[in-house]
Design a protein around this ligand. Structure first.
Ligand SMILES: Nc1nc2c(ncn2[C@@H]2O[C@H](COP(=O)(O)OP(=O)(O)OP(=O)(O)O)[C@@H](O)[C@H]2O)c(=O)[nH]1
Length: 319
């Protein structure tokens, strides 16, 4: 990434997370305003504020504990408070950072997108397709949510916009059959990446999981190593509901990476931390807007600093 592009992205990230950071830092710096160090009551207040920021009780207690060990020179030191908070948040996240590198793997590289309707699956898939095509890759988009005509249409628009090829079937067609055929076609026609959308809602959760597992099974018939990546897309604005979605999909659908979307315009960006800690899969990508440029690799330290309204630390951390 060029310096300018990097700067642009960080600005978008910090801007996108501004409601989260306002929510988090204003209250936390206030706790430290009158005092150099925290007494028990202030520590409890800090913990409550962190819980309100969607961090959950355990993480809130850990972070409040770390903050309580610090000394700050009252109100003048709000940047130091922020920096310490960013460090404490980053400590929680660094072990949960993953990379999404479809062009570094086998060809064709098969990526499955799972998640409930409205989480941002289609948009995320479209953004990834656009970036891959731009970098010269041959990309096939597959409309695996065969239950909703609108979902197929939306994906087709993204495929056209991205310059990727598109494969879909009529409403109600067998999604697993489509996934299988698309993989065979991608192998025969030399595609680099196959991006497969899946249904986000069926008559019940079990039916949805059965459907996903069937898609995975038939893909494995073509190549046992595939799908090479199964990305679970989660909407940050739904707060703790995203946590339960992770639990449902993560336990059953062989999720290999998480994507957190809609981190812009929400005060609930803090939810990313309990999700990261609860999940066996790392966070790979984050979305802070609807444009192609608004999807990015997840970098724990940069994210933690943006969460408190600070710029990233520089090359050492922005990878
Ligand atoms: N602000 C913001 N909006 C987003 C982001 N990602 C997706 N969206 C919007 O969220 C809405 C839902 O996204 P979709 O991509 O359609 O979600 P989906 O999971 O495919 O849902 P269905 O199409 O209903 O299956 C759309 O209006 C997107 O433009 C993001 O990072 N930030």
């Amino acid at each position: 990434m060029t310096e300018e592009k990097k700067k642009g992205w960080f600005q978008r990230l910090t801007q996108g997370l501004s409601r989260t950071s306002q929510n988090l830092t204003e209250s936390v710096t206030q706790v430290f305003q009158q005092k150099e160090s925290l007494d028990d009551a202030a520590l409890e207040e800090l913990e409550d504020l962190l819980v309100e920021s969607d961090l959950g009780p355990q993480i809130a207690a850990t972070i409040a504990g770390k903050m309580a060990q610090q000394k700050f020179n009252s109100a003048k030191d709000s940047n130091a408070v922020r920096a310490a908070l960013a460090e404490a948040l980053a400590d929680e996240l660094v072990g949960h950072e993953g990379t999404f590198e479809p062009l570094a793997g086998p060809r064709p590289y098969v990526v499955l997108f799972v998640g409930v309707n409205g989480s941002g699956k289609t948009t995320t898939l479209g953004k990834i397709a656009a970036k891959l095509v731009k970098s010269g890759a041959k990309v096939l988009i597959v409309a695996g949510d065969t239950f909703r005509a609108a979902a197929v249409e939306q994906l087709k628009v993204w495929a056209e916009r991205a310059g990727a090829d598109f494969m879909g079937r009529k409403t109600g067609a067998d999604a697993a059959g489509l996934a299988y055929d698309s993989f065979i076609r991608a192998k025969a026609e030399g595609y680099d990446v196959v991006l497969i959308d899946t249904a986000g809602r069926l008559q019940n959760k079990q039916a949805l999981m059965d459907e996903l597992l069937k898609v995975v099974r038939v893909i494995k018939k073509v190549d046992p190593e595939a799908p090479h990546e199964t990305l679970l897309v989660l909407d940050a604005t739904v707060g703790r509901n995203a946590l339960s979605q992770e639990q449902i999909f993560g336990r059953q659908a062989f999720v290999s990476g998480l994507v957190m979307t809609k981190l812009d315009g929400t005060a609930r960006g803090g939810i990313l931390i309990p999700i990261a800690k609860a999940s066996d899969a790392p966070i790979k990508l984050i979305g802070v807007g609807e444009d192609i440029e608004d999807l990015h690799d997840f970098k724990a330290r940069d994210f933690a600093r943006s969460m408190v309204g600070l710029e990233p630390l520089g090359d050492k951390h922005d990878g």
